[in-house]
Design a protein around this ligand. Structure first.
Ligand SMILES: Cc1ncc(COP(=O)(O)O)c(C=O)c1O
Length: 357
């Protein structure tokens, strides 16, 4: 979270804009909260240039719940009457692997392509994908948080002869760069990386994909219900929406998505350059699909992991331990991380390497 946003939230916590209430105490249908909600939605629409034919939904459940909510809403899109069409999934790392397994509970599943044999270090070329002719939708994780693999360009399904909607899990790089909505049917993401605190899930969905939910879909997760009720079918995560709204205003003050993307490129370039030019650190991801948000790296001598982490901690460089499934280190360079933070990490890495020679 940007410190500025936390300070503003702290200042407004007990009394929001002289209303005599904190945001947590407001009715979600009251005038004050509705104004917070509408501003947040309008700011996000502007920032991400979301076209008018897409609905913005503020939901709960997180990214993992969407792995079920998406098939519950879309798997019957073509077939209707409660039956399901094939669900195409591209596996590029642990998050899309989870999506694949979860979607398989709701319909016939088709593994379109996988980079598992490469250890999730490169993206399978879209031209090689085995897409189903009648797919209900095609799922990709556009940024694999654990393996550090990112689609720098979203696949153009139409150019591949496929008219199914593309569903992207953009949990860990939402609002870090622009989205080409002409290639997307639905995007979802947990808020807790770039958008705000945990508890809010963002769904951006094209209108023609509403109204196809399977009979078993919980009413509160039927996108049509949520869209028609302006995300107030049930009580939305009000405080998280308010915090996300403050983040959106902060993003606008930074110059919007183009400015934050330029900064994210600079941050990632600085760190990857430090890794590639060293003889101690190593990143195994192919250079053209390296994530700008999540940079996993390894020490060639794994015995040094403990002292590397302890030294980092001593300098206030926190949460660098890699995900348990891959080991090593991981630096997450989300929007709120300043360039100076990445520079501090790079300085420490160089010093640590020098001291271990
Ligand atoms: C790409 C991606 N998808 C899904 C999830 C799961 O999100 P949640 O914990 O909000 O369910 C995460 C969490 O890190 C993620 O990075």
């Amino acid at each position: 979270m940007p410190p500025e946003v936390l300070a503003q939230a702290a200042a407004e916590m007990l009394d929001w804009h002289g209303s005599g209430m904190g945001v947590m105490e407001m009715s979600h249908r009251g005038r004050d909260f509705v104004s917070i909600y509408e501003q947040a939605e309008a700011d996000l629409r502007e920032l991400l240039a979301v076209p008018a034919q897409f609905k913005i939904l503020f939901m709960q459940g997180g990214g993992l719940a969407e792995n079920a909510i998406v098939p519950l809403n879309l798997a019957g899109r073509r077939t209707g009457a409660g039956s399901t069409g094939p669900i195409d999934v591209v596996v590029t790392g642990s998050w899309s692997q989870k999506s694949f397994k979860e979607a398989a509970r709701y319909g016939q599943i088709n593994l379109v392509a996988s980079n598992e044999a490469d250890g999730h270090t490169r993206l399978p070329e879209p031209a090689s994908w085995r897409l189903s002719p009648d797919a209900a939708y095609v799922h990709v994780c556009s940024n694999e948080t654990v393996h550090g693999v990112e689609f720098h360009e979203l696949p153009d399904l139409r150019a591949l002869g496929c008219d199914a909607p593309l569903v992207i899990d953009f949990s860990s790089h939402a609002a870090s760069r622009p989205v080409d909505w002409s290639r997307v049917g639905l995007a979802f993401g947990g808020a807790q990386k770039n958008l705000g605190p945990a508890g809010l899930t963002l769904v951006v969905v094209r209108e023609d994909l509403l109204g196809h939910a399977l009979p078993a879909c919980p009413s509160a997760f039927d996108y049509k219900n949520v869209a028609e009720a302006g995300s107030m079918f049930n009580t939305p995560p009000t405080y998280a929406i308010y915090m996300a709204g403050l983040v959106f205003q902060w993003l606008k003050r930074q110059g919007g998505i183009a400015a934050i993307e330029a900064l994210n490129r600079a941050k990632a370039a600085l760190l990857y350059e430090a890794i590639d030019s060293s003889s101690l650190y190593l990143n195994r991801v192919a250079t053209d699909c390296r994530s700008r948000m999540n940079v996993p790296f390894f020490l060639r001598d794994e015995q040094l992991n403990g002292s590397f982490l302890a030294g980092a901690q001593g300098r206030g460089l926190l949460q660098l331990k890699g995900h348990k499934s891959v080991g090593g280190m991981r630096a997450s360079l989300y929007n709120a991380m300043p360039l100076a933070g990445v520079q501090a990490l790079v300085d420490y890495m160089r010093e640590f390497e020098k001291n271990t020679r």
